[in-house]
Design a protein around this ligand. Structure first.
Ligand code: XIL
Length: 314
């Protein structure tokens, strides 16, 4: 697929190992890769003094061999944590040491191979306040800036992102995130970009909302990664029949978003990453336990109208 900015995909390592059709689409259609799960703490750091690089290194080698940019997801999040972190006992400086070792061991391991990291993921509530995650409880609100500082120390060249959802639809949350990050920047902390996850849907997402989000974030001088794009056609979890009209709506919404993204200055376009290849293995179906068809390819790995729209709009 030709485009002026990277088009990425979240890779499920088990599909990559076992499904040759999946692998060939990943190679042919995308030029950036985000690990869907295997760079999360529970996979990379399963024991206090043990990091498991096996799958992560094989995905890294896949990216090198096939000339794909690798985007690291994610260093500090409150989900998919290993049991030992959930059970960790210590004072705030012990917790700080924990995140320092965690972040720096991982960032150093992938130095020169990962282009950008989601340093902190989903740290804000919908009302714009800070989410009371385990990190905030143990370290205080300063955990966010510390995470960025530690990551920067380990690799001064890697791009550092804050990543979250609903930033396109909830201006309150978005403004809080921007204000918070601007404050860190004013104190000399390097933050390169913002990931807008973009788990959106055909019922409530408006392209105009997305346009304002792109504008306000780029006006504040952050690169923008549409980092986990999928477009639900059944956000309410009803009994539905997948129809041409649903897929056309999905395709049109995607087309409008891509057009908006093309309008921001090139230096802010880190890229657009889809959160999977085929509807069949989208996280939406398991996670929300509903019928849905949010991606570019159908259950048989055939391209949907959204794929054609993407191709013609890029
Ligand atoms: C999801 C994965 O897709 C699932 O396989 C996993 O079970 C749960 O996490 N926001 C994020 C992603 O930042 O890491 C999540 O990925 C989806 C929501």
């Amino acid at each position: 697929m030709h485009s002026d900015f990277p088009i990425g995909v979240a890779i499920d390592i088990n599909e990559l190992y076992s499904n040759s059709l999946y692998k060939s689409i990943a190679i042919k259609q995308f030029n950036s890769v985000t690990p869907e799960n295997i760079f999360k703490a529970e996979y990379l750091h399963p024991e206090p003094a043990f990091f498991d690089w096996t799958d992560a290194d094989s995905l890294t080698n896949f990216c090198i061999a096939n000339n794909k940019r690798l985007h690291g997801h994610t260093l500090i999040w409150h989900q998919q944590l290993p049991q030992w972190i959930l059970n960790f006992q210590g004072n705030s400086s012990d917790w700080e040491q924990l995140i320092k070792t965690h972040i720096q061991t991982i960032v150093l391991h992938f130095k020169g191979k990962v282009t950008g990291w989601d340093v902190v993921n989903e740290a804000f509530n919908e009302d714009g306040t800070l989410r009371n995650t385990i990190w905030r409880q143990k370290i205080g609100a300063g955990y966010i800036e510390k995470a960025f500082i530690y990551a920067h120390e380990a690799d001064p060249n890697v791009l550092l992102f804050y990543n979250d959802y609903n930033l396109e639809s909830n201006p309150n949350k978005r403004n809080s995130v921007i204000g918070f990050l601007n404050n860190l920047r004013n104190r000399g902390i390097k933050i390169d970009g913002i990931g807008i996850q973009m788990h959106i849907n055909i019922l409530s997402t408006e392209a105009t909302q997305v346009a304002s989000a792109l504008q306000s974030i780029s006006n504040n001088d952050y690169q923008i990664h549409l980092s986990e794009l999928d477009i639900s056609v059944n956000p309410l979890g009803k009994d539905i029949t997948p129809s041409q009209s649903l897929f056309t709506k999905q395709a049109n919404l995607l087309g409008e978003i891509v057009l908006q993204y093309k309008q921001i200055p090139a230096r802010y376009q880190y890229g657009i990453t889809f959160w999977g290849i085929s509807d069949k293995t989208s996280w939406i179906i398991d996670y929300f336990n509903r019928e849905d068809y949010p991606l570019l390819y159908d259950d048989n790995y055939l391209p949907k109208p959204a794929y054609c729209k993407l191709k013609e709009t890029l």
